[in-house]
Write a protein that binds this ligand. Structure first.
Ligand SMILES: Nc1ncnc2c1ncn2[C@@H]1O[C@H](COP(=O)(O)OP(=O)(O)OP(=O)(O)O)[C@@H](O)[C@H]1O
Ligand SMILES: [Zn+2]
Ligand SMILES: [Zn+2]
Length: 802
């Protein structure tokens, strides 16, 4: 077995195959599958993953592995398999899929050090290597006679640790501990024997006689006002010892969490959790769709199911959307499971993320709560995977590999024979349809746990406001309610639904929006050409001067930012204090939390923000929620726009009246009759589902078909168009009868960073060979891509059509 199969780090052409390398003698004993290595490749040396070891190769004259980067595999065999599946599913490179599973620190340029972790005598060869030092460069080991096997052994025993020195020094942190190294009575004897003058030494020994626990050296010196020198004398006398421990940069103070205990479940919760618990007990894999209104106690179900998993000695992965990974959320898991919980959040520093990842790898925790990439947590005995707010589009990665965490979760759930729970108040049509067909098991929580009714939603028609002479963006109704609320000392959440602004054209008089006659998608306004275009099928028409419905000349495209709304708001209601939350005010690390805390502490009357305020927040004093423009998302060139509007309105309404005080919601809109607005205001998911499914069926969108989106970009417009056309022709030749290839059409944003982008969309029901056709096409253009900077991106489950 002296040959390693290595996947190398060059995602330029379709190098998905492995390369064989000879394993030099010195690595024979230590090299295992999943480790990262450095190998010669052409003139360069590059990184790769060992995916297999064999004794035979079809090639002779193999090159040797130059270096081994890990002494503990970075990836388990399960993750290696998973990576292959992800790469295939998403039409990505295997290496890219593997890289996506690792924390940043392991991807960056590294320099390594060996850190001595113990004061006890090491084997002589290691003593010689360290020669009195605590930390040495890794190269010193490489230049020595010590074998990799000997080092690996010392690492496994915990005597030596390998540190990565990344550019910004985001590495492990060590502290020196001091502890007695003899029995206490020997310390006592030593104390008696000390001369009178050795006051400092006496003081130190006295301290340890009273506190025999190890203490951090820095703290000890501070506490006793003593010196390093004194400590060293006692260490030399073998009365005390010093050693290093690794401290994790735990960003959450575990002690600060109020411990919680299991609540007695409601009848609905009992019914919902039962089959999940059975799954756990019997090592069965099912996917459960937990459809529960906001505040219905989904999280409590997660917690109790996880408890079963922990008791069984297995592990749990919980995914929550980035945006709702707030301290409030983390609290609920740490409150129940304390230090058994690791948190993977993008706001952590790279070093903190690495620490959390290592705690998972070393099985020091049993639960991970994190955003999308936590689905790759290197647990080996997963007992449950939970995806909260399963409808959130952030679970889809918009970068290679373009995977959806839900799919990865289900794949891992199958491998580990454990349940997967998808929770939401507004499930995606895809998931709900699967539950209807029995592919997923549906569990429903229809009531809030406190039996409180959902807040009343009132729809305000902004066309009427305009006709009554109110040209501000606040209806009279909303203004009155805000003022009333402030007087009572209660708080308000205002949502400005900004996604999609300035793209669609609407008549402010009658609310008419121009749509494509072929696609049921709002046309997009192109300022340069003054044209309206469909980004699915290329249909276009000139921007009208008057509304085709009512002839009004107030037909415009939309555009307002949060900052302008804030200004208008403070002008309209000067006594209101406002906290604004949008991409601008939350750019700095921690600012998101800071603003929310300020609002929770009632430092402001109004929280004004974009989508990011719609979810997961739980403020008892909020009694009014206002949605300024419910329609802005409705007319995006996206077949999911009605669904997204319904989801957003439902989520934001759930923010009001969650506790004692009753809540109220005002939704301002120019299209009050649109079914997604109407049905969201009545919390009627079932009717929305039926209605939306009909639309999807008529226009052939998911879940009735699958989509794939190919985007071709190049600096030269003609080149981009021609390539796109060629690709469409190639696809047409290979596909089955009921598959449709649309395009090429310009992407909604045609030119990005000087590149022209054209796309074609494939709608298919059953096309088992599609991935391999696409791969063939990519191969065909590989040369051109490399030489002429042509870019072809493939998205097998598109969510963004921009
Ligand atoms: N069985 C129960 N008995 C009493 N209170 C409960 C019970 N289950 C949950 N709760 C409480 O009800 C409130 C809402 O529950 P939870 O936040 O779990 O709902 P959710 O469905 O996750 O809500 P959302 O979708 O809004 O996040 C919480 O304060 C929770 O502590
Ligand atoms: Zn009109
Ligand atoms: Zn169209």
């Amino acid at each position: 077995m002296n040959i390693a199969k290595v996947i190398v780090d060059i995602p330029v052409s379709s190098i998905n195959q492995t390369f064989d390398y000879l394993i030099p003698e010195k690595f024979q004993d230590i090299l295992s599958i999943g480790m990262r290595v450095i190998v010669p490749f052409g003139p360069r040396k590059i990184m790769g993953f060992v995916v297999d070891r064999t004794s035979e190769s079809a090639f002779d004259k193999l090159k040797e592995i130059s270096d081994v980067l890990d002494l503990t595999p970075a990836l388990t065999t399960e993750l290696l398999d998973l990576g292959r599946w992800v790469a295939n599913e998403t039409v990505s490179f295997y290496i890219t899929a593997l890289q996506a599973m690792l924390p940043q620190v392991l991807k960056a340029k590294y320099k390594k050090e060996l850190v001595r972790m113990t004061d006890s005598e090491l084997p002589p060869y290691l003593e010689e290597l360290f020669s009195g030092r605590d930390v040495i460069a890794y190269e010193e080991f490489e230049g020595s006679v010590i074998s990799y096997y000997q080092l690996q052994k010392a690492v496994q025993d915990g005597d030596i640790s390998i540190d990565y020195l990344v550019k910004s020094k985001i590495t492990k942190k060590h502290v020196t501990m001091i502890a007695p190294s003899r029995d206490l009575h020997l310390l006592e004897e030593a104390l008696q024997d000390l001369s009178k003058n050795a006051k400092k030494q006496k003081q130190l020994l006295q301290y340890f006689l009273e506190n025999s626990e190890p203490i951090e050296k820095k703290l000890l010196l501070e506490r006793l006002q003593t010196t390093n020198q004194t400590v060293k004398i006692l260490i030399d006398k073998a009365l005390l010892k010093s050693y290093q421990v690794e401290v994790y940069r735990n960003p959450y103070d575990d002690d600060a969490f109020q411990r919680t205990t299991e609540l007695e479940l409601t009848d609905e919760q009992e019914i919902a959790i039962k089959p999940i618990k059975e799954n756990i007990a019997n090592n069965r894999h099912d996917v459960f769709l937990l459809h529960g209104v906001t505040g219905s106690g989904k999280t409590e179900i997660y917690l109790q199911a996880i408890q079963d998993v922990i008791t069984k000695g297995e592990e749990a992965i919980v995914l929550v959307p980035e945006i709702s990974l707030t301290p409030q959320m983390v609290n609920r898991f740490k409150g129940r499971f304390g230090s058994k919980v690791a948190v993977m959040h993008s706001a952590l520093s790279a070093g903190e993320k690495f620490d959390e990842w290592r705690r998972i790898q070393r099985k020091e925790v049993q639960v991970v709560v994190g955003a999308r990439s936590a689905i790759y947590a290197p647990f080996e005995n997963i007992g449950i995977i939970i995806i909260d707010e399963e409808h959130e589009t952030t679970y889809k990665q918009e970068d290679q590999p373009r995977y959806h965490a839900r799919d990865v979760a289900i794949y891992r759930g199958k491998t580990h024979e454990c349940p997967v729970i998808l929770g939401s108040a507004t499930p995606t049509l895809e998931s709900y349809a699967r539950a209807q067909k029995g592919v997923y098991k549906l569990a429903t929580l229809s009531k809030r746990t406190n039996e409180k009714a959902m807040p009343e939603v009132e729809i305000v028609d902004m066309r009427d406001e305009l006709h009554a002479g109110n040209r501000t963006m606040f209806s009279r109704e909303l203004k009155d309610k805000i003022e009333h609320c402030i007087q009572k000392g209660e708080q308000i959440v205002l949502l400005l639904n900004r996604r999609g602004y300035s793209t669609f054209v609407m008549c402010r008089d009658c609310g008419h929006v121009k749509e494509c006659p072929h696609c049921d998608i709002a046309l997009t306004y192109h300022k340069n050409s003054n044209q309206l275009k469909c980004h699915y099928c290329s249909y276009e028409e000139p921007m009208p001067m008057n509304c085709p419905e009512c002839t009004s000349d107030l037909i415009r495209y939309f555009g307002t930012g949060t900052q302008r709304v804030e200004e208008a708001l403070t002008k309209l209601i000067p006594e209101a204090s406002v906290i604004r939350m949008d991409v601008d005010t939350t750019r700095r690390k921690g600012s998101h939390e800071k603003l929310l805390n300020q609002f929770a502490e009632k430092q402001a009357d109004i929280l004004l923000g974009t989508q990011m305020i719609a979810k997961g927040l739980d403020f008892g004093n909020v009694t009014l929620v206002g949605v300024l423009t419910a329609d802005s998302m409705l007319h995006l060139p996206d077949f999911r726009s009605s669904e997204k509007t319904f989801q957003l309105l439902t989520q934001v309404s759930g923010r009001a009246g969650r506790h004692e005080l009753p809540g109220e919601v005002i939704v301002q809109t120019y299209t009050p009759d649109h079914y997604s607005i109407e049905l969201a205001s009545k919390y009627n998911f079932n009717d929305f589902y039926k209605k939306e499914m009909t639309t999807r069926k008529t226009f052939q969108y998911p879940p009735y078909v699958f989509l794939a989106l190919l985007t071709i970009s190049h600096q030269n417009k003609v080149k981009a168009v021609q390539t796109a056309q060629k690709i469409v022709q190639l696809l047409m030749k290979n596909i089955q009868n009921d598959t449709v290839v649309l395009g090429p059409t310009p992407s909604p944003i045609l030119r990005v960073k000087d590149r022209y982008r054209y796309q074609c969309m494939i709608k298919y029901k059953n096309e088992p060979q599609l991935r391999s056709y696409i791969n063939k096409i990519l191969d065909l253009f590989a040369e051109e891509s490399r030489k002429e900077d042509l870019l072809i991106t493939v998205d097998m489950q598109p969510y963004h059509f921009m």
